[in-house]
Design a protein around this ligand. Structure first.
Ligand SMILES: Nc1nc2c(ncn2[C@@H]2O[C@H](COP(=O)(O)OP(=O)(O)OP(=O)(O)O)[C@@H](O)[C@H]2O)c(=O)[nH]1
Ligand SMILES: [Mg+2]
Length: 335
């Protein structure tokens, strides 16, 4: 992820440093700066020496150009408009208006301000293992999302991940709609050695998930992972079916699954799903195929829900618990 974003952010970063250095050079010296210079700056001095310990207040004008460039870079990489605005506004706030001592630390100032602006839109992340440890069992997790985003694959990955953490898991084969969906899930579940509850094709998904919860109660299973058929949010009958599942099963968590490659579409769909059936956390799949990373940056900020996991490939090990700090490090080219 972020292949196309990283280099361009680096360029903006450099431009910001240059502009700040220029502002430091042309600003009047502060009171405690070396006496006897009478405000004259000898340009022959090395820049680093010159700006060291200089105090200045950066104005919006000083950084307007690199910020405009950053705005464009973010939008071109599918970062949602409100998220882009939030990043720019935090960065502007971090850099301007404050009296600060500018020295050899300009690069650090720029990187840390960028980090804080990006960090601000990514939310807290969602630590599923802490959630599971602190909630009554079985914890019922319902997976929602449009067709083909990776719900079924993600359920197998999460089952594998949770079992490795010591939790017992049962999967509910709640996609009774798409031909081949149940077989796909049984094959995946077999690979990760997890029990699946299935009914006949065409059965009511609520009944399947209900049975899985009964199974979990009887066997003291920690977690129920409930698959559902892919559906578009404008299909009222299918959304009503999700509503029914929610009403009857009362899931503890609803995880909305979408693919990072969908960019802004993922953000828009996530909002609709959240509005219609609710969402507690997000799983973004196909991060391995996403060059831009816009959805990963915007989705939590736009719908106000945390990202729990990133899917990073087709195998069941290809799952990463989401860490906002690691993601920001990646964007800033530190990882
Ligand atoms: N590269 C990559 N492929 C993925 C990832 N997650 C899922 N896939 C692939 O995406 C395709 C669709 O995955 P499914 O799990 O069937 O998607 P789904 O959301 O359950 O699809 P429906 O049930 O039809 O709505 C499969 O070929 C998966 O192998 C991922 O993180 N990276
Ligand atoms: Mg599926």
């Amino acid at each position: 992820m972020f292949d196309s974003l990283k280099n361009r952010i680096k360029t903006v970063q450099e431009k910001l440093s240059i502009n700040i250095q220029a502002a430091a050079l042309t600003s009047p010296p502060s009171l405690d700066e070396g006496k006897g210079k009478q405000g004259k700056i000898r340009l022959t001095e090395k820049v680093r020496t010159l700006v060291r310990d200089r105090e200045l207040i950066l104005s919006e004008k000083d950084i307007a150009e690199p910020l405009a460039e950053l705005e464009l870079v973010l939008l071109e990489n599918d970062v949602a408009f409100p998220t882009t605005e939030a990043i720019i506004s935090t960065l502007r706030g971090e850099l301007t208006g404050k009296r600060r001592r500018i020295g050899s630390s300009i690069d650090t100032l720029v990187v840390e301000s960028l980090r804080s602006a990006l960090r601000g839109v990514l939310g807290s992340g969602f630590d599923i293992t802490t959630y599971l440890r602190t909630h009554e069992k079985p914890v019922k997790i319902l997976f929602t999302g449009v067709n083909g985003t990776g719900k079924t694959t993600s359920i197998a990955k999460i089952a594998y991940f949770l079992r490795n953490k010591g939790f017992s898991v049962v999967i509910a084969s709640g996609d009774t709609y798409r031909a081949g969906a149940q077989e796909q899930l049984s094959t995946l579940a077999q690979r990760v050695e997890t029990k699946v509850i299935q009914h006949q094709p065409g059965a009511d998904p609520t009944a399947v998930i209900f049975d899985a919860v009964q199974y979990a109660n009887a066997h003291h299973t920690d977690v129920v992972l409930a698959d559902t058929a892919g559906r578009f949010h404008n299909r009222a009958n299918l959304m009503n079916q999700l509503e029914k599942i929610k009403r009857v099963i009362k899931p503890d968590l609803i995880i909305y699954v979408d693919e990072a490659v969908a960019g802004n579409d993922a953000v828009i769909r996530a909002e609709e799903f959240n509005r219609l059936v609710g969402t507690d956390a997000i799983m973004l799949t196909k991060a391995d195929m996403d060059m831009k990373g816009g959805a990963a940056i915007s989705i939590a900020h736009t719908i106000g829900k945390p990202i729990a996991f990133l899917g990073t490939g087709q195998a069941y090990e290809d799952l990463k618990p989401f860490s906002p700090d690691v993601l920001v490090g990646e964007i800033l080219g530190e990882a």
